[in-house]
Design a protein around this ligand. Structure first.
Ligand code: SF4
Ligand code: SF4
Length: 378
């Protein structure tokens, strides 16, 4: 990519929007030390903050789009600097000046025109449900089952979604869908600094949810769950499907009985783990499956390695050798795993794509927690 915006404008914007946050930074460099990009290429959030605080020109604006909002830096910063907020602020200026890098333009345009980033008609949003049979949300339905755009439109993730829904129906969860009227949760618009688009999408969903009387949501992606809990006007109780599986197993409504003789390493998705603090529930689901040999990866829980898909990273073009997904595949193979389990549609895409690019399909697979549970319950 080439530099796409004047440097001084970027630093001015960061100062203006993130000024107070920036002032508490003591330039210790911990953020740069833990940022996963430095495993594969140079990227310094510390330098970004220093240059912004001094109003120095010269930080490459294109580097702002490297950040995959994994939250590792925020987790470790001794001064509590919200580096992601600073980066989002800088990106918002680039949105205003129309200087967004090419890979992000089509998905953002599709969010505006179709309510999803996959350049697919809104009318196809609920096609996945044709032979699954999740009922329409009624006035007395307890939970809205909100399917992430990536689950609705991406072929691989559509399979995961159908499996997930079948398990929840088997566990007699009182849930319904709204379907084609829904819009994207706006996670990517928000993380890319496209604030007016974010407000347009989340506002439309807020109004729709209010009209339908939604109080509780089962989200199929940790990104959607996080948005509903953190960024929406409505006061929803939004949970992740692995939390519901965990409860259904504890209550005896889902009974994992069949042996699943696989060596499984769990990959913590950033928005489920670091952003939402949910570490135990997906693990307990995996631990409940007879015959499954669980492997804890060296980089797990708070120190999990990002898949590279958040913050718009799913749209970036990254050489295989620099993909976090490729590092993750290597790490899981070294740990002796035959399956990488995850619980986020971005992780599934990013890790599976890397695995294929590495030619490792014969050695290791990526499966969602739902797909492993399904094998044991059915
Ligand atoms: S870890 Fe926090 S205090 Fe240290 S350089 Fe980074 S932002 Fe500044
Ligand atoms: S959020 Fe992650 S990718 Fe972005 S600067 Fe922090 S550690 Fe690096």
């Amino acid at each position: 990519m080439t530099a796409v915006a004047p440097m001084l404008e970027i630093t001015d914007a960061i100062l203006e929007i993130g000024g107070e946050t920036i002032q508490i930074c003591m330039q210790c460099g911990t953020c740069s030390g833990v940022c996963p990009w430095n495993l594969v290429r140079k990227f310094s959030p510390r330098l970004l903050i220093r240059q912004a605080s001094l109003g120095i020109e010269g930080y490459e604006s294109e580097a702002l789009w490297n950040c995959v909002t994994c939250r590792t830096c925020v987790e470790h910063c001794p001064r509590g600097v919200d580096i992601i907020d600073v980066i989002r602020s800088a990106r918002s200026l680039m949105q205003e000046s129309g200087t967004v890098p090419p890979p992000f333009r089509a998905p953002l345009g599709s969010l505006k025109s179709d309510g999803n980033p996959w350049q697919t008609p809104r009318e196809e949003r609920s096609a996945w449900n044709q032979d699954v049979g999740v009922p329409e949300l009624g006035p007395d339905t307890e939970h809205l089952f909100y399917a992430c755009c990536t689950h609705c439109y991406d072929g691989r993730n559509k399979k995961v979604l159908r499996t997930m829904a079948r398990l929840l129906l088997k566990g007699e969860v009182d849930m319904g869908i709204i379907g084609n009227e829904e819009s994207c949760c706006a996670d990517q618009a928000h993380k890319c600094g496209a604030y007016s688009l974010h407000l347009e999408l989340s506002g439309a969903n807020d109004q729709l949810f209010a009209d339908k009387g939604v109080k509780k949501i089962i989200a199929t992606s940790p990104h959607c769950m996080n948005m509903f809990n953190q960024e929406y006007e409505g006061n929803y109780e939004s949970v992740h499907y692995t939390q519901v599986f965990d409860r259904l197993i504890a209550d005896g409504k889902l009974k994992p009985k069949k042996e699943v003789a696989l060596k499984v390493a769990y990959h913590d998705p950033c928005y489920l783990g670091r952003h939402s603090g949910i570490y135990e529930e997906p693990r307990r689901v995996l631990w409940s499956i007879p015959g499954l040999e669980y492997i804890e990866l060296p980089r797990s829980r708070e120190n999990s390695l990002c898949c590279g898909g958040g913050g718009g990273g799913i749209w970036s073009e990254v050489p295989v050798a620099e993909r976090f997904g490729a590092l993750r595949v290597q790490e899981a193979l070294e740990a002796g795993a035959g399956v990488i389990a995850t619980a986020c549609p971005f992780c599934t895409i990013m890790i599976e794509d890397s695995l294929k690019a590495l030619g490792k399909e014969e050695e290791i697979r990526v499966l969602d927690v739902a797909e492993l549970l399904f094998q044991s319950v059915e």
